[in-house]
Structures are given as structure tokens and as C-alpha cells.
Design a protein. Structure first.
Length: 881
């Protein structure tokens, strides 16, 4: 495999293969790609996979069969049509005659076909004329239909578990047998046996004429399995979706466990091939006449082809939905919803392993390691085959496959829903949380990592050292975009954002937007119609490269605000509207992107002209730092003189911002503010916004807007911003927990009890100095206390469930009786600490526990991997592992 292409170069073409079929002589494999009002039939030579001339036919079709003589039978839920081998339509039958259907079965000689799958009927047609010859009615949907090879009978099976055999000429029932839900049927080549694949995974055999069961020595069954060190672990039955007889009486079948299985005539399993998920679609299966080849489809990344005995024809990895890319001089790494694949560019070595969820993000670190952010944790790994080193937890409820790494590799940006998090990778500590009202969709570092840019409903420039408010907020053309493909910043500071104003899945209205960060002005908006723009990267100080949903690259100039090229001439109507992935090398001279074939390819972008090196001056260095807070003065007074007017149904707000009335009103009063019912008295207005509904301003909101239009100072804020305003600042939290204000612990707990938002962002306590403090009554459940100073602190009996003490100093601390379920003590210093606590599920990976007393602890499912344990005391009978 070439070091610059990761994916399938054989049995592949642009688009998504929704149907597959072999020619009658088994020498050609045909894959159907559906487009707008037409379909493309890509033909490949078997077994080498070389493309032959494609055929384009008019109409909307999703599946196909190749008839004797070379004609094509094509169908979708809108009807069935026959075309000549050259693509000329012979006849078309619409749903007025077929009725609603899901599938089509073709007779062996190609003279008859049946539509079935809906409305409990199957319609039989003459494939030569398209004339309907009869209808079969069933009690329940018909999932399976098979013609006998001699052409005299056919069989049906389905939802109610009834299998029936009919005379093809008279359509009268010949035999009937009650079974369980039948999903697939197939006759043996001699017509003597009928096999049925069932919803519970079993494959049963019957006499084809009488449906008398045929006993086999073994009972072939599809089952889910997990491959572990000790062998396969049975995970229960998996439905059998497809099956076909082989020469000699054997059988091949496919099930929901994503496996093709080969069986002897007596039901013994002789081979199992795990089908990669990009090909795991039971509807897109085909077996060549004579059983020499088997093909699977329904992917944008090449067809899967096996020999009749299970050998893979091509060893190339077909990538299913590549969503993230990392590119270095040595490696090309791709994350899909199911796998991570690494290609060593020098020698073509491939390494593959399971991903960490459908939206796994990856990024290359300067030292050659790989940062992998999955649905639960962030990890670092040198090679995909190596053990991973865990860095931090991922709190995103809807993660996106994106991470941005600083140029020095010391920090990283990651979006956790409404918050853009800044993580120190060397310390595994979150150093900043940049809050937004809408989900963060894209982000990037500025030159020298001195500032960052984020995209949600607008574009924001932030200084991570002062994360409370953005430095600039920049509105995008036409407001919040329906989609954001990505954002990139050049070496001197130009910002480029790809957005789409259309929310549809069948059209696009994309723009490439350039922003000058010095003024916050949008300097250009370049339209890109038809296809959706995806991720992007700068290749020098002014040129940006962006990929569209057809897999095409376009280049634009930020300084002149113009496209530098035209879209490549592609067959654009056969592509979807996915946001395709793209990544640049460290120096920007190479771009890796997902092309129209579903592969990841690397393309060189040599330097052109002299490179500017002086970054834009945003005036951030001169920005005044905020004076330090005095929490003893601010806590009761910082909202004094404010009058808040709340309007709407806050109980129906989005979960990530929904709070109780007590939190909104009592916390406000505690901070010196008031609640008002009159719009004329309000200094602040907060409307409730109901998700998935169009916001219609209420009467009081219109009155507030009128006051603002007159120039009166009234602050309108979202519920998200209100929540942030009412949360304690770091200084206030420290003052409460240290007892520096009256009843500090009680006030802390009162705030915690009011803060009911399930998905709300919790104030970070990382690095807080609580050394020697009595915290026995404090509710610290789920508190982020990374690197906190807690030496000799008294936490006896405290509620600490799900708290994070990663890297914290807990030397000599007392945690006896504390509830520490699932607490993270990774890399913490716990020397001489008293840990007679409930520690079920806690992690002490790499922690220092020398001299610690755990003799009274509950250590169920506790991890002590890499911990220092010299002198530590454990419960009687407990042996650390």
C-alpha cells in the first residue's frame, strides 16, 4: 500500500455502495451507488478489483441484480425497473402495482421476481415484461422469500414465524410449518433442502417439498461474541440476516454479530470471518453463481470481497466513516466510529485497534505520541499496539471527534458540550473552561498559542489566562450556522471558518468565512454551493485548504478573500453531505483528507513565495489584569442593586442549563440581588428558552426590548449565563471552604443542594489551597480537586463520590469513613493518609500510598496500578494486585 493512501484502492469508487451483485459468469462484481434521480453502476473485475467502465441509469434505485444475458434488475422502495446491459430502460413498475415493499427476490433463471416486506403481501412478477402474475398474502410482514432452483416452487417466511412453500405456477400452498421469526431463506442447489435463518440466530433445515425438519449433528447458530485473552466470550444469540448454500451442501451465513460463518452440511462451523463494520450490512450481500465469491457492501469505502471458502481477496482496510485524522512525517492515523487505524508511511505497516466510541478524537503530539480522546477518557499512546496512558476524564455528553493540540504539545483544547476545556497535558489538569450558550462545534489555537478561537453560535476569541469572558465575539454572516465544518488559524493569525446555513441532509449552502482577529471584522464570505464544506487547515500564512462533502479540496487566500481554484469536476450528485475530516502536517506542507472514495489520502502543498512570520497584534499583552477579589466583601454584595426579571417555563429548559426556582431566586438574594415581577424595574432579564421550539418573545420581553431600544441599560442574558453568574467564583469557593466567611461550609452545602442541573458545569477547585482545613461537613461529591493542597485536611465522613483528586497533595489527610466511590486519586500523594473509607471503584493509579492506613477500607474494584505501597496497611486477607 502506498504510504500516502489509507483505504481501499480496489473494488472502490466514489459514493456509497448500497447494492452489490455478481455477473452470471462470476467475473464481474457490480456495486450500485445511488444519486439524485439517477444511479451509477460501478463494475469491477474479479478477483483483482480493477474498475471497468461504469454505467449510469436514470431513476432512484438502491439495490440490484444481474440477470442472465447481462441485463440489470434495479429497485428501491419506489419501484422496480429492468435495464439493458448498456443502461437503456426496458420497463418500470411503480408501487401502484408492487405495493409497499422492502426487498426483491429473483428466480435462478432470471424470469421471475417477487417484491415483499410490507403490508403482509408478496407480489410475483414476470421479469421479462414487468407484468404482475400474482399476490401472496401472509399474516404479518414477509421478511424472507426464496425461489427454488428448478423454478417450480418458492418459499416465504417472516414476522409470525410461519414458513410456507408454494407452487410457483398456481401459487397454491404446498407445505406449511410454524417456526420462530424467519429473516432469511435459501434453497440448496439441488432443490432438496430449504434453510432458514432466524431472529434468535439459529439456522434450521427442512425438506424443501414437505417442510419436514432435517436433523443435523450440530445446530448452527449465530451468536454475539467478544474476543478476549482466554478466547471468545459468548454474548448471546445474534439474528441470522442472510444465508446461501455452497457447492457440496455446505452453507455460508451472515449475522448481526458482524460475522460471516461457514457450515458443513451437518451444521458444523468450519470458519468464521469477522466482517468490519463498514461492510456489515445484511441487505448488501451477494454470492457469485457457483459460490466462488462473496461480496458485502453498503459503505463509501470499497466493497468487501471474499473467496467462497473465506479468504479475503484484498487486504486493504476499507474505512467506515473516517471522522478524525492525525498526520506526521512518519504516520497517518485515522479514527472511525469503530476502529483506529495507523499507517506507517515508510513501509506501509498497518496497525488497527478498536476506537473509544463513535466520536473518538485524535491528535499528533510533537514527540511522536498520539493523543486519543474517547467517550470517557483521554489517553496517550506511542503506537496503537502499545498500552495507553490515561490523562483525563471526558465529561462531554455529546462528544465531537475533534481535539486541538498546542504547538509545544503541552496543552490541548477539547469541547465538552457548552464548554471549551483547556487541559495541561503534562499535569493532567484542566486549566480553563471557556463557557458558551450553545454547543461548541470547532476550535483552534492562535499563533504562539497566545489565544484560542471557538465557534458555536458565533466566533469567539479567548485568552486562556482570563477565561471568564471572550476578548472578542464575532457574529457570522446570517447568524448562527446550521453546521460548522471547522475553524483554522494561520501562522500570523488569519481565522477561517467553514459553515453551512442549510440544515438539510439533501442540500447545502456553505460559506468559507475569513476573519481579521485584530478588528473582529469578517473580511470575506466565499460561497461554495451544492456540497457541504468540512474541516480545513492553513498551509502557509494566508492559504487555507478545505475539503467538501464530495471529498474535493479547495484552496482560498485569506488576504485577498478569494478562491484560488474551481471545484474539481466530480460526479457531485452521488455524494452525501457529511462533514469530511482533514488534517495538516506540523509545517503545513502536507494535507491528509477523506476523499470521495472514502479513503484518506495525503497531498503535498509546497510553499509559494515568501512566508510572513510576524503574528497579528491583538493587543492582548496590554490587557489589564483583573484586580484580585476579596471574597469576604464580594460574596454578599456582588449583585447588590440588581433586579432580575425571569420569564417563561424554566422547568422545560434544556437539561444542561435547567435549574430550580430556589437556585435562581435564593442564590440571587444571597448575593445581594432582588427578584422583580415588573419589566419597568428590571436591570436584568432572563427568558427561558425551550429546546427544539421556535422562541416567541413574551409581552414582558417585548417591553424589555423596547426599553433597550430607548437606550436604557437592561442586561438580557441566557439561563446559561445566569447560572455562571450565580456560581461561586474560585475565590468565593475557597473562602467558604476555608471558613473565611461566616457559616462558610453551610453556605457551600446550601449552594450545592440548590445546584440541581444534571449536566451543568461545576466550578473547578483545581489547585485550591485547603491544607489543614476541617472539611468534614462539606459536600464535595464530584468536585474537581486536581492538584489541590489538602495535606492534613480532615475529610472524615465526607461525601466525596466521583470527586477527582488527581495529582493532589493529601499527605496525612484523614478520610476515615468518607464515601469515596469511584474517586480518582491518580498520581496523588497520600503518604501517611488515613483511608478507612468506602473506596469501591476508586483509582489510585500511580499514587504514593507509602505509610497510608487502608486497614478499615472497602477496596471492592479498587485499582492500585503502579501505586507505591511500601508500609501501607490493608484489611486482613487483602492482597494488593
Amino acid at each position: 500500500m502506498a504510504g500516502n493512501v489509507l483505504g481501499a484502492t480496489r473494488f472502490n469508487a466514489p459514493g456509497i455502495f448500497q447494492g452489490v451483485a455478481f455477473s452470471p459468469d462470476a467475473r464481474v462484481l457490480v456495486g450500485l451507488v445511488a444519486g439524485k434521480k439517477r444511479a451509477r453502476l460501478h463494475r469491477f473485475r474479479v478477483p483483482d478489483g480493477q474498475p471497468l467502465d461504469p454505467i449510469t441509469v436514470p431513476g432512484t434505485f438502491t439495490e440490484l441484480a444481474v440477470l442472465p444475458g447481462g441485463d440489470f434488475l434495479l429497485w428501491s422502495r419506489e419501484g422496480v425497473a429492468r435495464f439493458t446491459a448498456d443502461g437503456e430502460r426496458i420497463w418500470h413498475v411503480g408501487t401502484a402495482k408492487t405495493g409497499a415493499f422492502d426487498s426483491v427476490a429473483l428466480s435462478t433463471d432470471g424470469t421471475s421476481f417477487a417484491t415483499h416486506g410490507r403490508d403482509s403481501i408478496a407480489s410475483i412478477f414476470d421479469a421479462r415484461t414487468g407484468k404482475r402474475e400474482g399476490v401472496i398474502k401472509e399474516d404479518g410482514e414477509i421478511y424472507a422469500f426464496a425461489f427454488a432452483p428448478e423454478g417450480r416452487t418458492f418459499a416465504t417466511g417472516g414476522e409470525k414465524g410461519v414458513v410456507r412453500v408454494f407452487d410457483q405456477k398456481t401459487r397454491k400452498e404446498r407445505a406449511k410449518r410454524k417456526s420462530t421469526k424467519v429473516l432469511a431463506l435459501a434453497f440448496s442447489p439441488d432443490g432438496e433442502r430449504l434453510a432458514g435463518g432466524h431472529g434468535q440466530g439459529r439456522i434450521l433445515f427442512w425438506d424443501a417439498g414437505t417442510l419436514t425438519p432435517i436433523a443435523t449433528r450440530h445446530l448452527p447458530t449465530h451468536r454475539f461474541f467478544a474476543e478476549e485473552a482466554g478466547g471468545d466470550v459468548d454474548r448471546g444469540p445474534a439474528a441470522c440476516r442472510w444465508l446461501a448454500f455452497l457447492p457440496g451442501g455446505g452453507l455460508v451465513s451472515y449475522g448481526n454479530e458482524h460475522a460471516l460463518r461457514w457450515w458443513t452440511a451437518d451444521g458444523a462451523e468450519v470458519r468464521r470471518v469477522t466482517v468490519s463494520r463498514q461492510h456489515a450490512q445484511g441487505s448488501a450481500m451477494a454470492i457469485a453463481p457457483g459460490g466462488a465469491w462473496i461480496a458485502t457492501g453498503a459503505t463509501a469505502s470499497g466493497l468487501g470481497v471474499w473467496s467462497g471458502t473465506g479468504e479475503r481477496v484484498t487486504g486493504e482496510p476499507a474505512l467506515a466513516e473516517p471522522r478524525a485524522i492525525a498526520l506526521t512525517r512518519d504516520r497517518l492515523v485515522v479514527a472511525t466510529p469503530w476502529t483506529l487505524v495507523s499507517l506507517r508511511r515508510g513501509d506501509g505497516t498497518l496497525i488497527e485497534r478498536p476506537s473509544h466510541g463513535p466520536n473518538t478524537a485524535i491528535g499528533a503530539l510533537p514527540d511522536g505520541e498520539l493523543l486519543v480522546v474517547g467517550e470517557d477518557h483521554a489517553r496517550v499512546v506511542r503506537e496503537l499496539s502499545d498500552a495507553e496512558r490515561r490523562l483525563f476524564d471526558n465529561a462531554a455528553s455529546s462528544p465531537r471527534p475533534r481535539v486541538s493540540i498546542s504547538r509545544d504539545g503541552k496543552t490541548a483544547l477539547y469541547a465538552a458540550d457548552l464548554v471549551l476545556e483547556v487541559w495541561d497535558l503534562t499535569r493532567s489538569v484542566r486549566t480553563a473552561a471557556l463557557s458558551h450558550e450553545q454547543r461548541v462545534t470547532a476550535f483552534a489555537y492562535g499563533p504562539g498559542d497566545g489565544w484560542v478561537v471557538s465557534v458555536s453560535e458565533d466566533v469567539r476569541i479567548w485568552r486562556p489566562t482570563t477565561p471568564d469572558e471572550p476578548v472578542r465575539t464575532i457574529a457570522l454572516p446570517d447568524g448562527a450556522p446550521a453546521y460548522c465544518g471547522g475553524v483554522a488559524v494561520s501562522s500570523i493569525g488569519w481565522i477561517a471558518v467553514s459553515v453551512d446555513r442549510s440544515s438539510g441532509n439533501h442540500d447545502s449552502n456553505s460559506l468559507l468565512v475569513f476573519i481579521d482577529p485584530r478588528s473582529g471584522a469578517v473580511t470575506a464570505s466565499l460561497p461554495h454551493p451544492v456540497m457541504r464544506l468540512g474541516q480545513l487547515a492553513f498551509v502557509d500564512h494566508r492559504r487555507v485548504v478545505v475539503v467538501d462533502s464530495a471529498g474535493r479540496l479547495r484552496t482560498a487566500d485569506a488576504e485577498t478573500g478569494t478562491w484560488l481554484d474551481e471545484p474539481a469536476a466530480e460526479d457531485i450528485d452521488v455524494h452525501g453531505f457529511a462533514i469530511r475530516a482533514l488534517a495538516a502536517s506540523d509545517d503545513g506542507t502536507e494535507i491528509a483528507h477523506v476523499d470521495g472514495w472514502g479513503n484518506v489520502v495525503v497531498r503535498a502543498f509546497p510553499r509559494t513565495g515568501e512566508e510572513a512570520t510576524t503574528p497579528f497584534d491583538l493587543g492582548l499583552d496590554a490587557a489589564a489584569e483583573k484586580p484580585a477579589e476579596d471574597p469576604t466583601k464580594l460574596f454578599e454584595k456582588r449583585l447588590a442593586g440588581t433586579r432580575f426579571l425571569y420569564a417563561g417555563k424554566f422547568q422545560s429548559s434544556a437539561l444542561e442549563v435547567r435549574t430550580s426556582k430556589e437556585f435562581r431566586e435564593e442564590t440571587l438574594r444571597e448575593l445581594g440581588g432582588e427578584v422583580t415581577k415588573k419589566s419597568k424595574d428590571a436591570t436584568h432579564f432572563v427568558p427561558a428558552l425551550i429546546p427544539y421550539t421556535k422562541h416567541v418573545p413574551s409581552k414582558v420581553e417585548l417591553e424589555i426590548d423596547a426599553r433597550i431600544a430607548k437606550g436604557e441599560r437592561v442586561v438580557k442574558m441566557s439561563e446559561k449565563k445566569l447560572n455562571e453568574l450565580l456560581l461561586p467564583t474560585f475565590a468565593e469557593a475557597r473562602a467558604m471552604l476555608r471558613g473565611e466567611i461566616p457559616d462558610g461550609i453551610a453556605r457551600w452545602n446550601r449552594w450545592r443542594s440548590r445546584w440541581q442541573t444534571e449536566y451543568g458545569e461545576f466550578i473547578s477547585l483545581a489547585g485550591m489551597d485547603l491544607e489543614g482545613i476541617d472539611l468534614r461537613g462539606a459536600n464535595l461529591g464530584a468536585a474537581p480537586l486536581q492538584e489541590a493542597k489538602l495535606a492534613r485536611a480532615n475529610l472524615a465522613g465526607a461525601e466525596l463520590y466521583d470527586a477527582v483528586f488527581r495529582g493532589a497533595d493529601l499527605r496525612g489527610a484523614n478520610l476515615d469513613g468518607a464515601r469515596c466511590g469511584r474517586v480518582d486519586f491518580t498520581q496523588a500523594d497520600l503518604r501517611e493518609a488515613r483511608l478507612g473509607a468506602q473506596l469501591g471503584g476508586a483509582r489510585f493509579d500511580g499514587a504514593d500510598l507509602r505509610g497510608a492506613d487502608l486497614s478499615g477500607a472497602d477496596l471492592s474494584y479498587t485499582s492500585l496500578a503502579g501505586a507505591r505501597l511500601e508500609g501501607a496497611r490493608f484489611p486482613d486477607g487483602y492482597t494488593p494486585s
